[in-house]
Design a protein. Sequence first.
Length: 612
Amino acid sequence: MNPDSAHQILNDTFGYSAFRGAQQAIVEHVSKGGDALVLMPTGGGKSLCYQLPALLRDGVGIVVSPLIALMQDQVDALKQLGVSAAFLNSSLDADTAREVSRQLMRGELKLLYVAPERLMTEGFLNLLERIQQENSIALFAIDEAHCVSQWGHDFRPEYRALTVLHERFPEVPRIALTATADAPTRREIVERLSLEQAQQFVSSFDRPNIKYRVALKNNARQQLLSFLETEHPDDAGIVYCLSRKKVDETAFWLKEQGWDALPYHAGLDAAVRNKNQRRFLREEGVIMVATVAFGMGIDKPNVRFVAHLDLPKSMEGYYQETGRAGRDGLPANAWMAYGLGDVVSMRQMLLSGDAPEERKRVELQKLDALLGFCESTECRHQTILRYFGEEHPGDCGQCDNCLTPVDTWNATQASQMALSCVYRTGQRFGVAHLIDVLLGKTTPKIEQFNHQQLSTFGIGKELAQQQWSSVYRQLTAGGFIEVDIEGYGGLRLAEASRPVLRGEQEVWLRRDAEPAKRRTSKAERGSRLREAFEGANEDPMWLELKAKRMELAREQGVPPYVIFHDSTLLEILNQRPKTLDEMGRISGIGQAKLVKYGDAFLQVVEDAANGR
């Protein structure tokens, strides 16, 4: 491969003057015919790692993708760049699918996206063999490769059969790509896809543009509303909820508050889901309230926030979901409301299913890692990267723990009281009752079980109810207390509690901050501007650039970000190019887009300069 050719295509087609991170090494390796496993965070530029080699090599690049929406977006974006691309999936009618197959046979396509189910049919594999003989296949790209892992919530059994590509097309290079994979998942990808000889490219998992914050649950809806009003009055974002019912209720409630919010979950009619997803992708400022059924493969770069109203199942899930914010590299927020109820309900969910015991054990370990993240007093970027086997110096300036250092206290005595109360009451009651015992409250339930006679009755009056709730939450998250599923959610002592009760181990807990008061009213919402764009929203030209982008997107029938990313618009705003040559030097504007849109955006700049 000629490196100059790669740089030429990078600049002329994609509009970038330089590769990012490991992109160049990956492109060179695959272009020369090598297999590769690429682990790169969302927004890190994974698609370029197979698109560019496909353009450099003879033949067509076959991209295996599990998501219809992603295929559509990628093909739309490639066509905007002047690249001949198509997709084959169940959304196409028979005539259109046949025409795509004919284009494939005639050698007219450089990239074809295909669902794994269609790829694995004998008819399609035979078609690929004919293509290889007559025109050649440039490469196989296996996107979202973590779908091969039985431990992930995105598991797709069809992915396990993709070893057939290596068996039937041993001379065609394969590149497997994922944004989320801990060490066990990486090993499984290698094993299941026969990539033992593939070179691994592991990029940093850090997302320095994302600000991570975990808020203690205290009326989560109002907390969410305050977060939106204060920081994201006009932004697109995603709000994740655990249940379909909560998705519907939250979307309805946000709409009542004046927000453009839409629900998305597997229980909705497919036409409604597709309509809502299309609006989210193609319009500005839409908030999607969703279960984890939504998001994988969503290619919208200007999602400015991801909020969780419920605890995810694992660090991988959390990392993957929050990674849907700020794909354009501009500042974004990952905000989560978390409480003791989340810990109890999530453990119940994991333990009460029909999964094998080994799987339950693995899932509980993953949940424990996430709970540790929530309760951690350390830099959150550091905690996330440590989970993925990467070092981070801390003090990121982009998380709640670094921006507002956490106050901790020696909670050894309080922990002994809390644990002792669990033991004295028979290890069968929930938190509310345990706190009543510690505070010495006389309730019907306490009298029913004669718990006013216990030695722990009333010994905890020095702490308030909210403080005891914090102690139990952190002890549960720390593995000192377990949830007894058969005991209907009651708490029982874990083995780790023994040294604490014996006085052999100190316990330090974080001191929960006072609930933040709402700082804005609904009437003030429109006047709040994020600092992320350094005053861009105050410049009339910024609004004109976005309006022109929306106008062109509607004409083309594509999402606005397929025309230009926000980061490209910002560069136009800051540089204010006067000629097509100056416009062409802006990152993200290749030759095809310069020809299509250069004059239109130059006119916006000129009108702004002349005060029109």
